[in-house]
Design a protein around this ligand. Sequence first.
Ligand SMILES: Nc1ncnc2c1ncn2[C@@H]1O[C@H](COP(=O)(O)OP(=O)(O)O)[C@@H](O)[C@H]1O
Ligand SMILES: [Mg+2]
Length: 267
Amino acid sequence: MVDTNRRHTSAESDCTESREKTNTALPFEASGDHGRGDNLIRIRNLSKSYTNNTSQSAKSHFSILKSVDFDLTVGETVAIVGASGIGKSTLLHIMGALDRPDSGIFLFRGQDVFSFDNSQLASFRNTSVGFIFQFHYLLAEFSALENAMLPMLIQGIDKAMAKETAEEILVRVGLKERLSFRVTKLSGGEQQRVALARAIVLKPALLLADEPTGNLDRQNSEQVHQLLMELNHEFGMTMVIVTHNATLASYMSRRVTIINGKLTKPI
Ligand SMILES: Nc1ncnc2c1ncn2[C@@H]1O[C@H](COP(=O)(O)OP(=O)(O)O)[C@@H](O)[C@H]1O
Ligand SMILES: [Mg+2]
């Protein structure tokens, strides 16, 4: 059982150090104790296939990822690009422990994630990674503030502290005037910024985004792009972003694609 009070206290002392180090008003430091350049993810020989029923009796087997190797260091930003159906989301979901590989190794800060028990996996998903999807999956009946507080409340963080932190981050993503708005009253770009705030409130070491601006117009996309890059520059937040957006991909320090199930440089 996770001692959330203790965890919170240690998160708090991290915050104090972070503020002293970076002299910023933001209440978190994304990379935690790990410095830029340290290994964050090591993937080896990772394979994933799906079995689909093609008819009532026949099944076909699709090999999506074939012995993928991938290393990611703290502070890196990687774009996964390429055509629809090549396995980009599959790989991203495995990195966020939202899906399991058939075989292979996935180490996160040297820890074998798929050897975790269910409660360790839940904790990993809640605190180590932040996930943003193309469709934001915010809770429609709640405000921007309540949506952003949610990961902290799940973690057992005190409500007043969760509110303060969520407010600071929502202000940081430009939503100072929208805190109490129900998310259904916000524009697409604003909703995606709430989703971004929700993804980062627990200062995850890794931000994973699956076509985060795929549903936004150019101006809103550009705002979200700028915000992502600021998070990386200011806090060394490590990110892997699946995108069809050439501008966003060009901002990343590295671009990869998947060809015949293998991770490779785009041509
Ligand atoms: N849960 C699933 N069951 C069966 N097939 C799936 C499942 N998820 C994805 N696929 C198939 O795997 C392939 C890769 O999917 P995906 O990773 O979503 O591709 P991308 O994100 O690059 O568009 C696609 O052909 C897709 O239809
Ligand atoms: Mg996809």
